[in-house]
Ligand binder design. Structure first.
Ligand code: SF4
Length: 1018
């Protein structure tokens, strides 16, 4: 067999060995074939052959084109299946696959699954047929013991795919190649007697068999790049041929480390210096002429560098390939399919508040021509602000938007005489919902064509062209799917993977003197350039993550090995080595760079090829110095590199200090309420926030930002519980029970359950239809507790057992008191507390008859969470180290706890409003339930006690009757304590008004503080 394997330093052009061999072959047979890895190499080889006087007689073809040309001559009339057809047919086969067996998870039809099967079909189909594996697998016998479940499924899919090809008069190039090989062995046609292969990094088994057949009829020369020695050894073993070295075509040909002209190495400090450092490298190179800047992701590189280069007078262009799903149109197309699917089949929690539809409205494919951004923002705000939005309602809104826009567009067209632009904001959704993807893409294309370039963002006309081309390619793909009978849903994974060519150019306002232009390219594309055709080649972002060397096994590769049809291929490391060195050879100078740290500061390793090259050059490896570091933040962020920036040092007030002249604005005494100027009132919770930490108060009360999304959190749960408790006590009164007692607990529980159901329904509809709020006409439920999914529904359901526990606990609580006021608002009372206007709403006030000092009362505040230990403080005078007199007191301060004073403020407020006798201030924590209370000593010494359980502190704190205590007796009565707290708060509010806003947290102040980045957080 006349097969020679030669290893040498290959470039894009021919080696001397190849040229001589082809000349000899032409002289002998009159024609020869040269197989090359890509179209770019094909063109370069054709030029070289023409220069060498072999312009006629040598067919320069890629492997696929070679098989196709031979099939034209020696085939049986079937047509070779194309790449897109293969994927569409395979998707069709996989979509129609029988249900997975018991225990097998059903497999989603993803782009990756389709690609894996398509690749296996392209390379392994004839070997499966040959071995009879497909038939055996269908019957589940002979193959079963040697193949895994995944491989058996693959074999079955390939067998069905083979049948589909037969039914359509199609065949795989791999099947065709084996048939051609038979013909070549039998006929030895002139076109197959001299074949040379130049630097192809992957030769499937069918190609090797065909080459063997050609060698039997004539001669074959396989030239392998020296960087792919592993592949050469594989070929030697497979073909039984020796591996020889061949000389490069010219003494200056590139391909080895020693041939790399002036390669330099750059280590960029980190991501924030990346763009600035790359700009310096490119600019430096562009002074010598045109530059190629290659990277694993050339589009991202161009997006970051092109504006910076344009600012310095350098023109740039980029050519790359994207998948359809990576274009803006593709991204939206698949996003809409996904969100519509969730809206139709899943709970609201899976799609609400539909940000995808907001993006869609403002996109240049929807056709909302009048104020798309404004309409999108308004829709976003509306949908996020309510959990009562349903899928049908959202779609109704979009349908009405379509009608409005269509009418406006018709009016505009009539007035201006211009053509009416299409509107597709709802039409596309309707088509997608009906599975008519072609109609949806057609509508998007119509709008995109009518849209102005400005609607596509900074990319302008170039971006518009890319999107229009992508939509056109997608429509062509769906047309092919229809022709082949592939269902639209099965074609989606193929559509997602569809390659779309992208090109763009950025011109500076004025080109810089003596500066070349920059072409951004993928590494593979850069490796196909003619040697030394650019002034410099820069290979950027060459790190181990973006250029991995691991070879990944899939069921397809394992199956190919088991079938003995794995062919020969270079490893990822070999390919990377050759790609990098060939790319470098494209420039008269070269630089390799990588970013050495991640955003998180972790070390990044350079790509294998960079490291290897640097080691090969040893001490001669030049390292670029003086690149911008991450410390030059202003220059790095500025697209102009900080040119013209003036650095000024200004003095400002220290952090958290308010300049004295601004203090009066910190808390303005008045506010406008419904058109009238009214005094600004403090609330108990805002006072508590200030006592907890002044800076927390500033941010949460004065710089208050509105939440975007209606939530299902503690605030909503708290509101729900308050509403139920209010309604429950109202029902108790309506039923003549007045309060819960041990005798009426069962009846009270029934009333609680009824109240729960009423309020659950009211919150679900966002409107009160029961109780005091409904009667007062305040029908809207603020922050309703609306579950959107199973988990949230179970959280809502857990409220009832919790409140049933509260009902049982209330039977023994405050026995001589009767709940009288619920959600009592004292805003209208014109009350002053701590010298300032105070407003608020008290959850509940329980009263008892006068015992000599006015009607007795206890204020109760409901809490749905929290610790009883934090909510009440003991008498500060009942301690060894206590001061004789306490005129001001902030509870909790002595224990480094955030003060909890809400009920104490309310007790003092109601005392002042009703001239009544305060007996206690209690928190009823519904989870548990638990009680934390500060009460008059009379309530703890009475029989039965007011609070039989809970954390209850008496004022003054005296020993129980008949008992002795080691600690001193307290002296602070309950009403004196309320006065002392008010006096303490007055001092704190004085500080607030003086502008004291620096963080001063207690040890538990920061626990729920929303200021996550606060440097004083404890
Ligand atoms: S995190 Fe802590 S210190 Fe900072 S503002 Fe919030 S409560 Fe104050």
């Amino acid at each position: 067999m006349a097969i020679r394997i030669a290893v040498g330093a290959l470039g894009t052009g021919l080696t001397r060995e190849e040229t001589t061999w082809l000349q000899r072959a032409l002289a002998g047979t009159g024609r020869a074939t040269l197989i090359v890895p890509s179209f770019a190499v094909r063109d370069a080889c054709r030029r070289e052959l023409a220069r060498a006087g072999m312009g006629v007689g040598v067919d320069v073809l890629t492997l696929g084109a070679w098989v196709a040309s031979l099939w034209e001559l020696l085939g049986d009339g079937r047509r070779l299946v194309g790449g897109l057809e293969r994927k569409l047919l395979m998707a069709q086969v996989l979509a129609g696959a029988p249900e997975a067996g018991e225990g097998d998870a059903p497999r989603a039809l993803t782009p990756g699954i389709v690609a894996l099967h398509a690749r296996a079909a392209a390379e392994s189909l004839p070997y499966i047929e040959r071995a009879g594996e497909a038939a055996a697998a269908r019957e589940g016998d002979a193959v079963a013991p040697v193949l895994s479940a995944a491989e058996r499924a693959l074999v079955q899919a390939l067998a069905r795919y083979g049948e589909e090809l037969d039914a359509r008069g199609l065949t795989e190039p791999s099947v065709a190649a084996r048939l051609i090989a038979d013909q070549v062995r039998a006929l030895a046609p002139a076109c197959a007697r001299a074949v040379a292969v130049h630097g192809v990094p992957e030769l499937p088994e069918y190609a090797l068999e065909l080459l063997e057949a050609c060698a039997g009829a004539g001669e074959v020369l396989l030239c392998v790049d020296a960087g792919m020695a592993g592949m050469a050894a594989q070929l030697g073993r497979r073909l039984g041929a020796a591996v020889e070295r061949c000389a490069p075509r010219d003494p200056d040909a590139a391909g080895t480390a020693a041939d790399v002209p002036a390669a330099r190495f750059a280590e960029v400090a980190g991501p924030s210096a990346r763009d600035a450092a790359h700009t310096v490298l490119v600019l430096d190179a562009a002074r010598a002429g045109d530059v190629v800047a290659a990277s694993p992701d050339p589009l991202a590189l161009a997006r970051h560098l092109a504006p910076r280069l344009a600012a310095r007078g350098v023109a740039s262009r980029v050519e790359a390939r994207l998948r359809f799903s990576e274009t803006r149109a593709g991204e939206l197309f698949f996003m809409l399919i996904d969100v519509l699917d969730r809206m139709g089949n899943e709970e609201p929690v899976a799609w609400w508040p539909a940000p995808e539809l907001v993006d869609w409205i403002r996109s240049p494919f929807a056709g909302v021509w009048s104020g798309a951004a404004r309409i999108a923002c308004a829709s976003d705000k509306r949908w996020r602000g309510s959990r009562l939005v349903d899928a049908d309602g959202v779609l109704r809104e979009l349908r009405s938007l379509q009608s409005n826009e269509t009418r406006l567009e018709s009016d505009r067209a009539q007035e201006s005489g211009a053509a009416r632009r299409p509107v597709a904001v709802f039409d596309v959704l309707e088509a997608l919902g009906a599975g008519d993807y072609r109609a949806a893409l057609q509508a998007m294309l119509g709008v995109a064509q009518a849209a102005s370039p400005g609607m596509f963002g900074q990319g302008g006309m170039v971006a518009k062209q890319v999107e229009v081309a992508a939509l056109g390619a997608a429509l062509a793909c769906l047309a092919d799917a229809r022709r082949l009978g592939t269902p639209p849903a099965a074609a989606l994974p193929v559509l997602s993977d569809l390659p779309v060519k992208v090109s763009a150019a950025v011109e500076p306002a004025a080109r810089g003197d003596g500066l070349g232009a920059v072409a951004f390219a993928a590494l593979d594309a850069a490796a196909e350039g003619a040697p030394a055709s650019a002034a410099a080649v820069l290979l950027l972002d060459l790190d181990a993550d973006t250029c991995p060397c691991a070879r990944q096994d899939t069921p397809a590769t394992v199956l190919a090995r088991k079938l003995g049809c794995a062919g020969a291929s270079a490893t990822p490391a070999e390919r990377q080595r050759v790609t990098v060195r060939r790319a470098l050879a494209g420039g008269r100078a070269g630089t390799l760079a990588y970013v050495a740290r991640t955003r998180e500061g972790e070390e990044v390793f350079p790509a294998f090829a960079l490291d290897e090259l640097k080691n090969a050059l040893g001490a001669g490896a030049a390292v670029v110095a003086g690149l911008p570091t991450e410390y030059a933040l202003a220059q790095n962020l500025d697209p102009s590199g900080g040119e013209g920036l003036a650095l000024e040092t200004v003095s400002c007030t220290p952090a958290h200090a308010l300049p004295r002249h601004l203090a009066p604005y910190l808390y303005l005494p008045d506010m406008v309420w419904r058109g009238a100027v009214v005094p600004r009132r403090f609330s108990a919770s805002s006072i508590e926030a200030y006592l907890s930490c002044p800076y927390k108060w500033l941010v949460t009360n004065r710089a208050r930002s509105k939440r975007l999304d209606a939530a299902f959190g503690p605030i909503e749960r708290g509101n729900f519980v308050h509403d139920i408790m209010q309604r429950f006590h109202e029902r108790l009164i309506e039923a003549g029970l007045m309060r819960v007692t041990p005798e009426n607990v069962e009846r009270a529980l029934e009333l609680m359950r009824a109240s729960f159901e009423e309020l659950k329904a009211d919150h679900a509809r966002g409107k009160f239809t029961h109780g005091k709020y409904a009667r007062q006409g305040a029908a809207r439920v603020r922050s309703p507790y609306v579950p959107l999914g199973e988990l949230e529904r179970s959280r809502l359901a857990s409220v009832l057992p919790m409140l049933e526990g509260v009902v049982r606990a209330e039977a023994d609580m405050l026995p001589i008191f009767t709940p009288e006021l619920f959600e009592y608002s004292f805003d209208a009372a014109d009350l002053r507390y701590a010298g300032r206007p105070l407003g608020g709403r008290i959850d509940r006030i329980d009263v008892a008859p006068d015992a000599g000092s006015g009607e007795r009362f206890v204020v109760i505040d409901y809490k749905t969470g929290g610790s009883d230990a934090d909510m009440a403080s003991p008498d500060p005078t009942a301690r060894e180290d206590a001061e004789a007199e306490v005129s001001t007191w902030i509870p909790g301060r002595d224990r480094d706890k955030a003060p909890v004073v809400q009920t104490l403020i309310y007790a003092q407020a109601y005392r002042r409003i009703a001239h009544a006798s305060p007996q206690g201030a209690a928190y009823l924590i519904t989870r548990g339930p638990k009680v934390a209370a500060m009460v008059d000593e009379a309530l703890t010494s009475m029989e039965p006690p007011a609070f039989p359980s809970g954390r209850v502190y008496a004022f003054p704190d005296l020993p129980a009757p008949g008992k002795k205590s080691k600690k001193p007796e307290g002296t602070l009565g309950f009403t004196e304590m309320l006065d002392a707290v008010e006096a303490g708060i007055a001092e704190e509010l004085d500080r607030l008004e003086a502008g004291e806003i620096a963080p001063a947290p207690a040890k538990d102040s920061c626990k729920y503080c929303p200021i996550k980045m606060c440097e004083k957080r404890r």
